[in-house]
Write a protein that binds this ligand. Structure first.
Ligand code: GDP
Length: 543
């Protein structure tokens, strides 16, 4: 039995600030945990590969995709991903770059799986925003940016595909500033456009990087304007000089504090496909991306350098390895150090959990994690003990807040051809709901449960997994309800009478929280108007 009283709740803060040189603090200090946000096709996968390549985590670019495909062929339900050419899974890739440990959290590209992406963004300290130079800010980039903004996550921008016809760089910066209300500081600047793109200026250090240079590991190379213009017949020395003057005069200088507060983004131009600008980006992350931030809990912010281990689960993934039929909970360490074999307290149940096989994930591999530090993400194999939003601690009763669930866009009833298997279906839906594959709402009047998803592809995944893993062939039927909203009220009596008056439209979610089910927007609006003391929300955060 774990001794969950070993560390009293009211233990004085043994805060170790980044400046003290304790081994724990310096390990935490060198973690950089980030994600890439972008619109599909902007180049996230290509950039991920190149970051891993430059970080030495893979030998050959292309491995990330190769791995994806291999995994697909081994696992049935992921064939949905293969058929539709989308990435359903979220995973983490760890690599070293110089003296830092980078944890890159991958996010699904398809918006039907955006819930996964939003949860993953609760586990990062910074993000790289990849923009297609020909397209500028696209819908999904904006949406994901807004999610980052809610948490003031600092953003580093990479303008990709500079080797192709692109929009004017000033125009792109202007669009970032106007549509995202985010200041920009170009760190590099493209020389030539489209097919005549030859390289970038390094604005801060001076000097030039050339697209066809063999080695970009050293500092940028000093070059005269006339030398640059001679690289390509379309380039004009005076015009380039004038543009560079404008860039240096018109663009604000980089301001670290504004970046860390999420108000300003450093911008790098490059081509992931041609390995160009990737090292500058990585160097930028190395220099500016913040170490693990304090994470909010119901007991206030928990400092990353607090020596007592704490972590929260932001993602559950099944079938990573079909040979083991395992279920992996991805947990972000928020403070302290995790050691293999340690007993942690699962705060939701109060029960101890032995962390006997925590794993690190790399581009091509996974390995046992003997120790991990705040900022790291470990995969914890389990058989359903851990759920999304769970907090693990070394004994303290704190719960991390802010891991979101979203009201479903689609509600369905599950029709089972074999009624004898109803109990098995109930169990299967419970497990898949705990994994975040689907939401399950059980009406309090005893009528059959409804499943809710954000996007239709999730229903395909649900159906495929029920068939493959549980032997349950199912169909989905439209439900009489279209909308679900979580309800709450400060007024207990008003809440109880609302619930009693609307019994046929009240259901419980996985955690036992109540939702109001509405036939459509009209009914929802009508009910809302008549129940002013009741709050209806479409996002629920762990609290
Ligand atoms: P994702 O959907 O954001 O992951 O995008 P991918 O990395 O899969 O890239 C989408 C397409 O754009 C692929 O065909 C890539 O080869 C191509 N691509 C990515 N980066 C570049 C680039 O820098 N230049 C050019 N020309 N094509 C690129």
């Amino acid at each position: 039995v774990a001794d969950s009283s070993a560390l009293p709740d009211a233990a004085p803060e043994l805060a170790v600030s980044g400046s003290t040189a304790s081994p724990l603090a310096s390990e935490v200090e060198r973690r950089r945990t980030f994600a890439i946000i972008s619109h599909p096709d902007a180049g996230k996968t290509t950039l991920t590969e190149k970051l891993l390549l430059f970080g030495g985590a893979i030998n050959l670019a292309g491995e990330v995709k190769a791995k994806k495909n291999r995994r697909d062929t081994r696992s049935d339900w992921m064939s949905i991903e293969r058929e539709r050419g989308i990435s359903v899974v979220t995973s983490v890739m760890t690599f070293d770059y110089r003296d830092r440990v980078f944890n890159l959290l991958d996010t699904p590209g398809h918006e039907d799986f955006s819930e996964d992406t939003y949860r993953t963004l609760t586990a990062v300290d910074s993000a790289v925003m990849v923009i297609d130079a020909a397209k500028g800010i696209e819908a999904r980039t904006r949406k994901l940016f807004e999610v980052c903004r809610l948490r003031d996550i600092p953003i580093v921008t990479f303008i990709n595909k500079m080797d192709r016809e692109s929009r004017d760089p000033f125009e792109i910066l202007d669009e970032i500033e106007k549509t995202l209300a985010l200041d920009t500081t170009p760190m590099t600047w493209p020389i030539g456009r489209g097919r005549d793109f030859v390289g970038t200026f390094d604005i801060e250090r001076g000097g030039v990087r050339l697209l066809d240079a063999k080695d970009d590991s050293g500092p940028p190379v000093p070059m005269e304007m006339s030398e640059i213009a001679a690289l390509n017949a379309t380039l004009d020395a005076d015009a380039i000089a004038a543009e560079m003057e404008l860039v240096t005069e018109a663009c604000p200088r980089f301001d670290l504090a504004a970046f860390l507060e999420g108000h300003l983004t450093p911008v790098y131009f490059g081509s992931a496909l041609k390995n160009f600008g990737v090292r500058d980006l990585l160097d930028g992350l190395h220099r500016f991306a913040p170490p693990p931030r304090a994470q909010n809990s119901d007991a206030g912010p928990i400092d990353a350098a607090d020596p007592r281990m704490s972590a929260f689960v932001f993602k559950i993934q099944a079938n990573m390895d079909p040979n083991h039929r395992d279920r992996i909970a991805f947990a972000r360490l928020c403070s302290g150090k995790l050691t293999r074999g340690m007993k942690a307290k699962l705060v939701r149940t109060g029960k101890p959990v032995t962390l006997s096989t925590p794993h690190f994930f790399f581009a091509q591999d996974r390995s046992l994690a003997d120790e991990a530090f705040a900022g790291d993400v470990v995969g914890i194999p389990n058989h359903g003990t851990l759920r999304i939003g769970d907090t693990l601690t070394e004994g303290r009763d704190i719960t991390f807040v802010g891991v979101p669930s979203f009201a479903p866009e689609i509600l369905r009833r599950v029709r089972l051809s074999d009624a004898m298997k109803a109990k098995k279906l109930k169990q299967a839906l419970q497990e898949l709901a705990e994994e975040g594959v689907v939401q399950v709402f059980r009406p309090t009047d005893g009528s059959p449960a409804l499943v809710g998803v954000v996007g239709p592809l999730q229903l395909d995944v649900l159906k495929a997994r029920l068939a493959a893993e549980y032997g349950l062939p199912v169909e989905f039927e439209p439900a009489e309800f279209q909308l679900a909203r979580w309800i709450s009220s400060d007024d207990k009596t008003a809440f109880e009478s609302f619930v009693a008056a609307n019994r046929s439209g009240i259901a419980e979610d996985l955690d036992g929280d109540l939702v109001y089910l509405a036939r459509n927007e009209f009914y929802l609006g009508y009910t809302r108007e008549r129940a002013p003391g009741i709050a209806f929300t479409d996002v629920k955060e762990t609290q």
